[in-house]
Design a protein around this ligand. Structure first.
Ligand SMILES: [Zn+2]
Length: 420
């Protein structure tokens, strides 16, 4: 088993060790890996993400070699595997190495992880909501609470309490106890019975839980805890949060976005929601006005078309291709035309993308023989590979987009079929 230096010193960023084993690049393993006698690198576990950094190998005659550690993982046998960025000149077993951990990444992880302890304890203290899992992502972290829902006042309450504990700068201590003792102590979280000795992390007079992660030395180093959105998940409610520098970064990003939105409205930041509501209402009203105007326009155009069209064989056939109005307007026009009291057939099309045809007739169309609009449309479209269909009185279809099909020509063909 690899000796874990971070257990007793979460502050250690530099350490010396010896190479115990080397796993070279093989077809099965895409990256070479190194195992050390002891390490301060943290492997991904318990919700906390692994460290990255460097291993400097003193290769004697070969000179010093600096190897990038891109991932660190726990092996099943208790050894810690340092994956190296390939290709790397690998050290030999027994070589002395110096490890350097990326300090900013580690500090960030310690802030997030320690912040999680404080936040989880705050949810238990205030609302008896236990944490069932913890996730650390690239941008934000989350805990899943065993509760069907969390009110926004509870989010604010837990955030306030957690930050209070941060500001009080309480000591965070690590100690080891037997399992029996841990059970007596009443931990917030007791891991499944695997080991006899447990590593306890205590935020003085506030939280006590078993954990193998890296934590800050005093709660003030967490900086701050900012709660964000909540979401219903299978096992309860997920609460997103960020701590320390991430909280500042997120707040900065939110502020920039909000400032940009406020500038668009020439408004104060806190007036943005009201401005958006107003703008959405305006836009809804404008849409309604536009729809009403189009309806009136279609009505008038239908009246004009009916008026100027002579009757043949006891009915009127209105043929119309639109070049500046879309298919939904063409449909509206066809509906208005065929609402007339006298028998009318409307053969209408639009060339505006996507081009299409609408064939309609007044229901109870009996004069001059029966015409099936659906069948007529299918017949006309079949000549150009279009698709569409409908009932006896109303049919609609699309002319293949991008083709140079002449919509006017198709309408003339349809009219010719009826008149023939
Ligand atoms: Zn922890």
């Amino acid at each position: 088993m690899t000796k874990r230096l971070y257990y007793d010193s979460a502050e250690m960023r530099e350490f010396d060790s010896v190479v115990e084993d080397v796993a070279p690049l093989t077809p099965e393993q895409s990256r070479p890996a190194v195992i050390l006698r002891e390490t301060a690198f943290y492997p991904t576990s318990g919700g906390q993400v692994h460290d990255t950094g460097w291993l400097t190998v003193n290769g004697g005659d070969r000179g010093a070699e600096r190897l990038r550690v891109s991932e660190v993982a726990d092996a099943e046998d208790g050894r810690i595997v340092h994956y190296l960025e390939a290709p790397a000149k690998l050290p030999l077993a027994g070589a002395a190495v110096h490890g350097s951990i990326d300090p900013e990444r580690r500090r960030d992880h310690m802030q997030q992880h320690s912040g999680q302890h404080v936040l989880s304890a705050a949810f238990v203290e205030l609302y008896q909501m236990p944490t069932v899992s913890f996730h650390m992502g690239e941008d934000y972290c989350s805990i899943d609470l065993a509760t069907p829902s969390v009110k926004s006042a509870q989010i604010a309450g837990a955030e306030k309490r957690a930050n209070q504990v941060v500001f009080e700068n309480r000591p965070v201590r690590v100690r080891y106890v037997s399992r029996a003792e841990a059970e007596r102590l009443g931990l917030r979280k007791l891991p499944p019975a695997e080991r006899d000795e447990l590593r306890l992390v205590e935020v003085a007079d506030f939280d006590l839980s078993a954990c193998g992660g890296t934590h800050v030395g005093a709660s003030g180093q967490i900086g701050s805890i900012l709660l964000r959105k909540t979401e219903k998940v299978r096992q309860g409610t997920r609460v997103e949060f960020v701590c320390g520098e991430r909280a500042v970064r997120m707040a900065r990003r939110d502020y920039s976005a909000l400032s940009e939105a406020a500038a668009l409205f020439s408004a104060q930041l806190w007036d943005v929601p009201e401005q958006i509501r107003k703008s959405a209402d305006d836009s809804k009203r404008a849409c309604k006005q536009k729809d009403d105007a189009l309806d009136q326009l279609a009505e008038l155009m239908a009246l004009a078309a009916l008026h100027s069209q002579a009757e043949t064989n006891g009915r009127k056939i209105v043929v119309r291709a639109f070049f500046d109005r879309d298919i939904s307007f063409a449909k509206l026009f066809a509906q208005k035309v065929t609402r007339a009291n006298t028998p009318v057939i409307a053969l209408v099309g639009s060339v505006v993308n996507p081009p299409g045809l609408v064939f309609a007739q007044t229901s109870a169309q009996t004069v001059g023989g029966s015409v099936d609009m659906g069948a007529l449309l299918k017949q006309v479209l079949s000549t150009v590979g279009g698709r569409g269909g409908g009932s006896r009185d109303f049919a609609q279809g699309g002319v293949p987009a991008g083709s140079h099909v002449n919509v006017e020509q198709l309408l003339r063909e349809a009219a010719g079929t009826i008149e023939a």
